[in-house]
Write a protein that binds this ligand. Structure first.
Ligand SMILES: Cc1cc2nc3c(=O)[nH]c(=O)nc-3n(C[C@H](O)[C@H](O)[C@H](O)COP(=O)(O)OP(=O)(O)OC[C@H]3O[C@@H](n4cnc5c(N)ncnc54)[C@H](O)[C@@H]3O)c2cc1C
Length: 436
């Protein structure tokens, strides 16, 4: 019987395992799917490689973690310079939007700059009320022009949640440029925003799943795949995990699976169950297209705030790494967020693929005659949505699991907007604080 059981074999579970392995601890990872990787799984079909959990690139403010990830990949990596745009009223505007004001029609450029400057001084002179929700935060930091032209429509579209009902816990990740950059951008002097992501890494071959696959390499005997958990309960000082592969006993459980699933396996007080059920998230559909076109464009990815277009972001995996498509072909990965049970969820796979092709051809981004490959995936848990009750609910949940003695680590287990680097850091910190 293992000493420690890790629930889930995505990046967080595999990184926990990697560090426990290094500490020579006795552990077992339980993964319900036949393949590990979670949101970072990639499919390889007909010479194309697509990341099914949406566009993934490797970047981090934290150089140590970045080195860890690139180290895992060894030579199998490529460094790219971001070439990202926003498709605004048929124009390609440099990303982030506030760094691309000169790409707007002159009158709209002026509106954005004028409101930005007025808001800046009103804020400095303390004439503006502090923002209490995400919508107010956008007006407070960027002014009416940039907010109403881009930030508000785009954020409504990606979150599928009203920004006025979202809290500020996560907003530090939205890029906030200095005023000089906005003036330069408006005049057409080149500036870059979100600079720690300007250069990004990506696996040369195999897609983003290469990271989780390499993490698996040294711990294959400590992973049980296709393992369905049925129940978790405490027996004296041991945990008993009932699974489709039999009962397992252990001293310690660390969960990286969504809180909703973990709660289903346990006896939980009503207050905690309600707090979990009140957490908000959205889901994701990815539409993958292969095209018989050797070089579709030179873009990394493209944001589409227009609400009449289903997708909010399309990326071009063959531009991340040439091996992502066969010779003479390019690839497109379209992302569509939705809520369980909404009108998008009710569309069939065929309808969504056809709509995506129609939308992207209508925008002139692809020629539908060139399409030679289509695939679609639905991912239930994609983005954590920080609603106004988030902090209250998450504290109830954290306190409960702390008292119970089950560790929480990972994107939908900690229920935080964690990118790959943050998952790795969280797993490393957890091991350091509990096992080293
Ligand atoms: C659209 C999108 C784009 C992203 N882009 C980037 C990016 O560009 N750069 C970046 O750094 N990060 C990006 N991320 C974030 C990145 O995908 C996550 O940080 C990371 O994959 C989370 O790993 P995890 O192990 O915490 O969770 P998951 O990947 O969700 O892993 C959970 C694992 O648990 C398993 N599991 C679930 N339920 C059970 C159960 N009941 N029993 C057993 N096993 C179970 C799952 O199958 C899965 O393997 C993106 C995420 C999304 C959604």
């Amino acid at each position: 019987m293992p000493k420690i059981i890790i629930l889930g074999g995505g990046l967080s579970g595999l990184t926990l395992g990697y560090f426990l392995n290094r500490e020579k601890e006795d552990y077992l990872i339980l993964e319900k799917e036949p393949v590990c990787g979670g949101l970072m799984k990639s499919i390889k079909k007909k010479g194309f490689t697509f990341d099914i959990g949406g566009s993934h690139i490797i970047f981090s403010r934290d150089q140590k973690t970045l080195k860890f990830i690139t180290g895992i990949l060894g030579n199998n990596k490529i460094k790219n310079r971001r070439n990202t745009k926003i498709l605004y009223k048929g124009r390609f505007v440099k990303y982030p939007f506030e760094n691309g004001l000169a790409d707007l029609p002159l009158e709209e450029n002026f509106v954005c700059l004028n409101y930005f400057i007025k808001t800046h001084f009103a804020r400095e002179l303390k004439k503006l009320d502090k923002p209490k929700n995400f919508e107010e935060w956008m007006y407070y930091n960027f002014g009416k022009g940039i907010t109403e032209k881009y930030l508000l429509p785009y954020n409504k579209k990606i979150w599928k949640f009203e920004p006025k009902d979202m809290s500020l816990e996560w907003v530090s990740r939205v890029p906030q440029p200095p005023m000089e950059d906005i003036i330069k951008s408006s005049l057409g002097i080149n500036t870059e925003g979100y600079t720690h992501q300007l250069y990004f890494y990506y696996p040369l071959s195999g897609g983003i799943q290469e990271i989780t696959s390499r993490l698996e390499d040294n711990q294959k005997n400590s992973i049980l795949k296709g393992c369905e958990i049925k129940k978790i309960c405490k027996k004296q000082d041991k945990w008993v995990v009932s699974t489709s592969k039999g009962n397992l006993e252990c001293e310690k459980i660390i969960s990286t699976i969504p809180l909703f699933s973990l709660a289903d396996y346990l006896e939980i007080p009503e207050k905690v169950r309600n707090a979990i059920n009140n957490l908000k998230y959205n889901s994701l559909i990815t539409v993958m297209l292969g095209l018989r076109n050797p070089k579709l464009n030179n873009l990394s990815w493209l944001y589409i705030p227009d609400e009449k277009v289903l997708t909010h972001r399309v990326s071009f995996p063959s531009n991340y790494a040439p091996e992502n498509s066969p010779d003479g072909c390019s690839s497109v990965l379209s992302e569509i967020t939705y809520n369980q049970g909404d009108n998008i969820d009710k569309m069939s796979d065929v309808e969504i693929i056809e709509r995506t092709i129609r939308d992207l051809s209508g925008l002139g981004l692809i020629d539908k005659k060139e399409i030679c490959f289509t695939e679609i995936k639905r991912i239930k848990y994609a983005y954590v949505v920080y609603d106004l009750n988030y902090e209250k609910n998450i504290q109830i949940i954290y306190n409960f699991f702390k008292d119970l003695g089950i560790g929480l680590c990972g994107r939908f287990s900690e229920f935080k907007y964690l990118n790959m680097d943050a998952c790795i850091k969280s797993a490393g910190d957890y091991i350091k604080n509990n096992f080293s």
